[in-house]
Design a protein around this ligand. Structure first.
Ligand SMILES: Cc1ncc(C[n+]2csc(CCOP(=O)(O)OP(=O)(O)O)c2C)c(N)n1
Ligand SMILES: [Mg+2]
Length: 446
């Protein structure tokens, strides 16, 4: 049975098992006459000689004092190199081989060029929608490089670099964005809603945070079926305001699920800046509240992201526990092609971040100045070659026919239910009757 099959089977089992466990617990607690607040704890702790199974915190004090959040107590940000690409503490340098560094750099750069091409393509009306990853390339490649290829990825929508690192081909990106006949979803998804069963990347669904409880459940299932593997769940700081984020954190923590929660804190949720999104110390501050191991990392420092994710992964699978990583970065691009960010932030602000804290430029400086394994000349040649490959994939995807319109009704249900069969027939009759009004020559036969 493949990974997905076993996860589905175990999710079924888990839910049944959890319900059964819960009713048994309730029955026994009713019998002992305990309070409802004790129910949660009774399944995990042992019963002492007095029959008491709930052990509360007994850290009493007599000083009347409120916890005051202070800026100087903010969770620090872990870094390996500075903005100039200079390693701050040599013991933290992961000492990658030149080949690995170059591979990481190639991936970040290729993602960046692909974004430029696809953004322009949308502006020219050639694809309907696009989302760039500008400024967040270090989060993607640093974290993806730290994972096992069998680890299951739940993305939000701005993690194309993770998929690229795993081997998703340029044409696969383009085929999905063009919704052509090679798109596995046959055009049912919006552009950038990628997925790959082969690469263990669960298909994007952009209603915010829906991937998060699914990730916790999948991590719990993996713990039981595939020990040694984990789940990584990417989400934005805006998505973290959804109730689903809470459910996900709490389930993963209480079920001891090996799930890496990777928050890309890029400063904005469309037009909502973080100052309006939360009042506390970002997303990392919430981790301890759920009993989760937590770290805040410089998301534009690819090596720091790598170290943090690598260590988090090691702990998650060895100790079966979730880890929260908050990567501090900046969304350089507009939210999507449907957005114009100059309406809510200054061009100077964007300019400042691009100039002073660009993950690709920082990595470049590290490679050139510290490791001496890359040069301006190599960079120019690579950029030219990469653009050429992207343009070839782009043109091929654009040329390919669109899927048959009938496929609009398939793949959602295992068998198409009668009311959808009826709609499918009506659609086909309609299109055939008015074929002059539809570009059927660009589609596979109906
Ligand atoms: C449940 C839900 N509410 C609202 C939206 C509309 N929406 C799409 S993206 C987005 C902002 C999300 O911001 P964040 O999680 O920080 O991710 P980022 O876009 O910054 O990567 C919103 C509000 C949605 N997709 N789903
Ligand atoms: Mg955001």
């Amino acid at each position: 049975m493949d990974l997905r099959g076993s996860i589905e089977m175990y999710l079924n089992k888990v839910f049944r098992c959890a319900l059964h466990q819960r009713s048994r617990t309730l029955a026994s607690l009713n019998f002992q006459g305990k309070r409802a607040s004790q129910i949660r704890h009774s399944t995990t702790s042992t019963v002492d000689a007095d029959g008491v199974s709930f052990e509360p915190n007994r850290n009493f004090v007599t000083k009347l004092e409120f916890l005051e959040p202070k800026i100087e107590d903010a969770i620090p940000i872990y870094r390996v190199f500075d903005n100039a690409g200079k390693v701050i503490d040599p013991s933290q340098d992961p000492q990658f081989s030149d080949d690995t560094l170059i591979r990481m750099y190639h991936a970040m750069k290729t993602l960046n060029i692909m974004d430029q091409v696809m953004y322009d393509a949308q502006r020219q009306g050639r694809v309907s929608f696009y989302m760039t990853n500008y400024g967040e390339e270090g989060c993607h490649i640093g974290s993806a490089a730290a994972l096992d290829d069998q680890d299951l990825v739940f993305g939000q929508y701005r993690e194309a670099g993770v998929l690229m690192w795993r081997g998703f081909k340029l044409e696969e990106f383009m085929d999905q964005c063009y919704a052509n006949l090679n798109d596995p979803a046959a055009g049912k998804q919006m552009p950038v809603h990628y997925g790959s069963r082969k690469l263990n990347f669960v298909t994007i669904s952009s209603p915010l945070a829906t991937q998060m409880p699914q990730a916790s459940g999948a991590a719990y299932a993996l713990k039981r079926t595939h020990p040694g593997l984990c789940v990584i769940c990417y989400f934005g700081e805006g998505a973290a305001s959804e109730g689903d984020a809470h459910a996900a954190f709490n389930f993963a923590a209480t079920l001891n699920a090996p799930c890496l929660f990777f928050c890309r804190n890029n400063g904005y949720a469309i037009s909502t800046p973080v100052g309006d999104q939360y009042k506390g110390d970002g997303i990392a501050a919430r981790g301890p509240g759920y009993g989760m191991l937590t770290i805040r990392v410089d998301g534009n420092d690819t090596l720091a992201v790598y170290n943090a994710t690598s260590k988090a992964r090691q702990i998650a699978v060895a100790e079966n526990r979730p880890v929260l990583i908050e990567a501090m970065t900046y969304r350089v691009g507009h939210h999507s092609t449907s957005d114009d960010s100059s309406a809510y932030r200054s061009v100077d602000e964007v300019d400042y971040w691009s100039r002073t804290d660009d993950p690709i430029a920082r990595f470049f400086r590290y490679m050139v100045n510290e490791r001496k394994c890359w040069s301006e000349v190599q960079d120019k040649a690579f950029t030219k070659d990469s653009r050429k490959k992207i343009m070839t994939a782009f043109k091929n995807a654009e040329k390919r026919n669109k899927p048959s319109p009938s496929l609009m009704f398939t793949d959602v249900y295992k068998e198409i239910p009668p009311h959808l069969q009826q709609q499918q027939k009506e659609m086909i009759d309609h299109v055939r009757a008015h074929k002059d009004h539809y570009p059927l020559d660009r589609h596979e036969p109906i």
